[in-house]
Design a protein around this ligand. Sequence first.
Ligand SMILES: [Zn+2]
Length: 366
Amino acid sequence: MSNDTTMIRTYKYRLYPRKAEVRALEMMLAQGCEVYNAALAECKLRYEATGKGIKALAQWDYFRQWRKQPGILLNASSLQQILRRVDKAYAAFFRRMKAGETPGHPRFKPAQRFNSLDYTYSDGCKLNGAALYVQNVGDIKVKLHRPLPDSAVIKQAILKRSGRKWFVCLSLEADASVDVGSKDNAVGIDVGLHSLLAFSDGRTIENPRWLRQSLADLRVAQRRLSRRKRGSNRRRKAAQGVARLHERVTHQRRDFWHKVTRSIVDTYKVIAIEELSLAFMTRNEHLALSAHDAGLGLFRQLLEYKAESAGTQVIAVAPHFTSQVCSRCGAVAEKHLSVRTHDCPHCGLQLDRDVNAARNILHKSA
Ligand SMILES: [Zn+2]
């Protein structure tokens, strides 16, 4: 996070469309999917014929005509956004080829997986009191469960279908000092090597004992299974045992993370965490192991989801050197993964290594 005072924030609101509005929304998504696949097909043909990419946006002239058919509900700028999505998929494909990988060709999307439409705000999609006006659909009831900041400039609106529910996500530029609360209530959280989570205020959270016990039981059961002869009755029994324990661990872990993330968003107004891509975690064997055990993906997912509705801000910072730098004086104190305390050779600060990292994460977010 830079020191800029403006940033993009997203507010997500539930929509309550009436039956006829749902039908119109469904139809728009189906048409969007059709555009996506048609544009992709054209790009694919060109690519197979020439080995080169073409921009899907270059097909805009064609789709502008296509849009004039009766019954087409798609807004022009959101149609362009769909073409941009195709271009993005291709850009990623070419980037990976360049990096020497053998990526699969961008895929056609089945209609049930095409679930969102982007709008430039107020071009076909705009708040209108307690409703969201959507072009060719009408005024849809929206629940504004948290108010938009007064200074907000809304840039983009995304309509989303999630199962049978509908949402609108509004991306806006807001003054960072607005609506965030006092920074006293900010916390950095490190996904620790030794503690499960470490907080900049010194708190740590460990895997609870019952979860550790279930994990240990699971490992024992897995070893037992591996000793059983293939096709035997005893193996079948052992496999059932593993499946049962697996289910228990999954359930307990989910329950645990629900409680942890709830208490975090209820306590803090601003939460800084490290941006940990999965690629990064799998490169680092130690972290990958603990990440797997702890269900950290679930942590991130639930944290962001709960923060959204609690009006808490989550800031992700780049994960560089947070564990090696002293959080008081900034000196670099390199330490092996096995060392538990940060012991600064420069200023003498002694601190749990994960808490030191959490403080650095908080500093970076400011
Ligand atoms: Zn120091």
